[in-house]
Design a protein around this ligand. Structure first.
Ligand code: ADP
Length: 246
């Protein structure tokens, strides 16, 4: 496993308040990582830094095989480098079918003018079927996305992100509002996705994090409070203090 993304000494200040405070973080490729932490810990700001939405005041953020700096790149350049982000609320095209949604998201290997053509090729069709299988929606390819359940919409959006072949996928609270069965399927999907890429899951649900069976980073007040297995971090007295507010 080689390092894909590395942050060191990163700080972000909003109106004099340090939302991220001397944060250091590394993730490999492939790797699954869960990020937990109380409200206001800096989880959203962390994701905003990775995607380029927020630029730090201090520190380094390096990426990829040649350790390029992400700090000088725009959000769209960072997306093209292979950073995908799943927000909490599903954003799919409700009037389009599952197949059409996946087709729109497919990464085009031959430049923007080939997009429509590529989607009609055998390779494009096969890629869509493989993605649909990966997200458990093979039987729903012809259904409008608006008819899907909340959980299925989340999966479709995960599929649309995977269609872009990201090297790093950031996922914000994927299990929120899901039934236990849907959570289980979501776990499997993310674990599978993390076999070939880096996946960062920001999640409040500890049981869900436990099932991901991965290294956990605990953020608090914009810094890493603890890091390790879920058993290790949940036994850490500082983590217990922060969560129980003692
Ligand atoms: P989390 O996602 O862990 O709940 P956030 O990254 O959203 O935490 O926020 C970290 C801290 O930074 C919070 O105290 C929040 O109020 C503050 N913050 C976040 N964004 C802004 C902003 N645009 N302006 C001022 N303060 C902000």
């Amino acid at each position: 496993m080689s390092t894909l993304l590395e942050m060191s000494g990163v700080s972000v200040t909003f109106d004099g308040f340090k939302a991220i405070n001397n944060l250091s973080f590394q993730i490999g490729e492939p790797e699954m990582r869960a990020i937990i932490g109380p409200n206001g810990a800096g989880k959203t700001t962390f994701m905003d830094i990775v995607t380029g939405k927020t630029k730090p005041d201090e520190g380094r953020v390096t990426w990829g095989d040649n350790n390029i700096s992400l700090l000088g790149l725009s959000e769209s350049q960072i997306a093209r480098e292979g950073v995908g982000r799943k927000f909490q609320k599903p954003t799919v095209f409700e009037a389009q079918t599952v197949r059409e949604n996946l087709a729109m998201a497919l990464k085009n290997p031959r430049g923007p003018f080939d997009v429509l053509f590529y989607k009609k090729t055998k390779r494009g069709a096969e890629r869509i079927e493989a993605l649909a299988e990966q997200i458990g929606l093979s039987d729903s390819l012809t259904r409008p996305a608006g008819e899907l359940s909340h959980g299925q919409k989340q999966w479709l959006e995960i599929g649309m992100l995977l269609a872009q072949e990201p090297r790093l996928l950031l996922v914000d609270e994927p299990a929120a509002g899901m039934t236990p069965a849907e959570r289980e399927k979501t776990t499997e999907m993310l674990v599978e996705a993390a076999k070939t890429r880096a996946v960062v899951v920001v999640e409040h649900d500890m049981e869900f994090v436990r099932r991901l069976n991965c290294k956990v980073t605990v953020l608090n007040e914009g810094s890493v409070l603890a890091e390790g297995s879920i058993d290790h971090v949940t036994k850490d007295p500082q983590v217990i203090d922060v969560y129980l507010g003692r």
